[in-house]
Design a protein around this ligand. Structure first.
Ligand SMILES: Cc1ncc(C[n+]2csc(CCOP(=O)(O)OP(=O)(O)O)c2C)c(N)n1
Length: 315
């Protein structure tokens, strides 16, 4: 941000944004909630990348996690339950110059928002989508969500959730035009940061499933992973998420995985609790680029194209 000029004076950029520029209000999540860590990481990435606050927008649905836009000193849109993605796609289609972030929950995205999730992946519009997956409906106080483990006692299933959970990673990997799928854990801030940064750097729809602790309603769901990290599979690769050697030691179970290898990504997601970049294809076209074709046409060219289109109906 600072540079030396030829006359040895300092070239100081007019605008430098500190963490405070991306912060608004006091986060009202419970003490110990993983959402705090994700918010901090998002704000740090904004600061480190010096994103213009007036060109950044955080979009959400409804849920505890969907309160994130309130705490960002950027533009924000706190929408309706399950509807974060259509709002985000609408914003991106009209304002492709904006940096769009989406905060959504496992209930918000993978239940009521399922249709939007599938089609937003297929449209591959450039946005960073963070799914706060705490395996439960948090805001409405502990109902079974699509990712609730079988047998988990929730308020809707006091005898235990009866179904195998939906696997958001394999489902996302199966959608046409998928371009970026990763999973991370809120209790490793470095991996969280590196994964969200990689997602943000990807041009296209990046989905990051974040295993997120809810200390009030699903405290026991990720405990076994925290206490025994060998139950996690860390994905390593030069094109993947990089961790320092000292942090690599925290993950006894590792596998080198090329994020372009879709069938391996699917098998890993199906059989493990992976942490890292499962799939990344930078060459999938973004809908906003395809649909903007012709946007710069002059009025005469538009008239010619319109008349040609009408001529199709001449009998
Ligand atoms: C149309 C509609 N249906 C249901 C609700 C009630 N509701 C609000 S938040 C929520 C669940 C949120 O769970 P999740 O998306 O997992 O987010 P979390 O609170 O766990 O972060 C539900 C069912 C609603 N607000 N609107």
């Amino acid at each position: 941000m600072f540079g030396l000029k030829a006359d040895w004076s300092l070239d100081i950029k007019q605008r430098y944004f500190s963490l405070g520029d991306y912060t608004a209000g006091e986060a009202r999540w419970c003490p110990g909630c993983g959402d705090h860590g994700v918010l901090t990481v998002v704000q740090r990435i904004c600061r480190d990348e010096q994103l213009l606050p007036e060109k950044t927008v955080a979009v959400s649905g409804i849920g505890c996690s969907s309160r994130l836009p309130h705490y960002m000193g950027t533009y924000g849109f706190h929408g309706l339950h399950g509807r974060a993605l259509p709002v985000a796609c609408g914003i991106k289609s009209r304002r492709p110059d904006l940096d769009v972030w989406v905060a959504t929950g496992d209930g918000d995205c993978y239940s009521i928002g399922t249709g939007h999730w599938i089609h937003a992946v297929r449209y591959n519009m450039d946005m960073t989508v963070l799914v706060f997956d705490n395996s439960v409906y948090g805001l409405t106080k502990k109902q079974t969500s699509p990712t609730t483990p079988i047998g988990f006692q929730s308020n809707t299933h006091p005898q235990g959730a009866p179904l195998e959970p939906l696997n958001p990673l394999t489902v996302t990997l199966g959608i046409s035009n998928v371009s970026f799928v990763a999973q991370t854990i809120d209790w490793n801030p470095v991996h969280l940061y590196e994964t969200i940064k990689a997602a943000h750097n990807h041009k296209g729809f990046s989905l990051v499933n974040i295993l997120q602790r809810c200390p009030v309603y699903s405290d026991n769901v990720f405990k076994h992973l925290q206490e025994d990290p060998s139950q996690l599979l860390l994905l390593t690769h030069e094109k993947g998420i990089h961790l320092e050697k000292s942090l690599l030691r925290l993950f006894p179970n590792q596998q080198e995985h090329d994020p372009l290898n879709m069938s391996e990504a699917y098998d890993i997601a199906d059989q493990n609790v992976p942490v890292g970049l499962l799939y990344h294809n930078p060459d999938v076209p973004c809908y906003e680029d395809i649909s903007s074709q012709g946007k710069d046409m002059g009025i005469d060219d538009k008239l010619v194209a319109l008349n040609a289109a009408y001529d199709q109906f001449a009998i």
